[in-house]
Design a protein around this ligand. Structure first.
Ligand code: DX5
Ligand code: ZN
Length: 215
């Protein structure tokens, strides 16, 4: 399994000070800023777009992990590549051609992730394991931070890790939603290695200690 990496979601951070919050992520040794993009259509909530992502780049040395919860991700790829994304993840349930969009992301020199919502079976992402750099297993219904982890998602992680092993691909498997010290243990055992946490890291007294407790 690839090494454990942490991605801090700024969704529930102090958005009026996003630059400072992104700086804090790198200062605490966390690898990624997890940037949740919501369009009010794929999910009911609306967050922020590529121009805001671009504006926080100078404040942090952490890599940008862009999670697109939008109905038409193909329209956003170039914008986010230009706004400094290291990885762009789109949903297999969105209105897109996953093979095409992975190629488009790669052509822009960015890593590609494919996300699945809780009610979508693991098999939906099997065709993309060989081509993608990461599979994101949502462990809550996308839309909001601070929700409870859905324990059944560990089975989905196991199925995806088993299929990746069968294909001989050392792919990153990311989990997102309700991740803390306890649930991190469960998802790592199941085969996940990139752990997104928002509330847990930003509400912690010491972000570094909290992040280390998840590793
Ligand atoms: C939810 C987002 C998550 C969210 C995670 O739709 O994709 O990234 O910020 O927040 P917590 O860690 O609070 O569940
Ligand atoms: Zn997310």
């Amino acid at each position: 399994m690839p090494s454990i990496k942490i991605s801090a979601s700024v969704l529930n951070s102090n958005l009026a000070e996003l630059g400072k919050e992104a700086a804090k992520i790198a200062e605490n040794g966390v690898e990624y800023v997890h940037y949740d993009v919501m369009d009010g259509e794929f999910v009911e909530n609306i967050t922020y777009g590529s121009s805001i992502q671009k504006s926080i780049l100078p404040y942090t040395t952490a890599k940008m992990d862009t999670h697109l919860m939008v109905m038409h991700p193909q329209r956003q790829i170039k914008l986010f590549a230009d706004a400094g994304s290291d990885i762009i993840t789109f949903h297999v349930e969105s209105d897109c051609n996953p093979d095409e969009i992975i190629d488009e992301i790669h052509a822009l020199g960015v890593k590609a992730g494919v996300a699945v919502k809780p009610n979508t079976p693991a098999e939906a992402v099997f065709p993309y394991i060989e081509k993608a750099d990461m599979i994101l297993v949502m462990t809550v219904e996308p839309g909001y931070g601070g929700q409870g982890f859905i324990p059944e998602m560990t089975d989905k992680i196991r199925l995806i890790r088993a299929e990746a092993d069968r294909l001989g691909k050392d792919i990153d498997i990311q989990v997102d939603g309700g991740i803390n010290t306890e649930t991190a243990k469960l998802v790592k055992e199941a085969g996940a290695n990139v752990l997104v946490a928002g509330t847990f890291l930003f509400k912690a007294e010491n972000m570094k200690t909290a992040a280390d407790s998840m590793r």
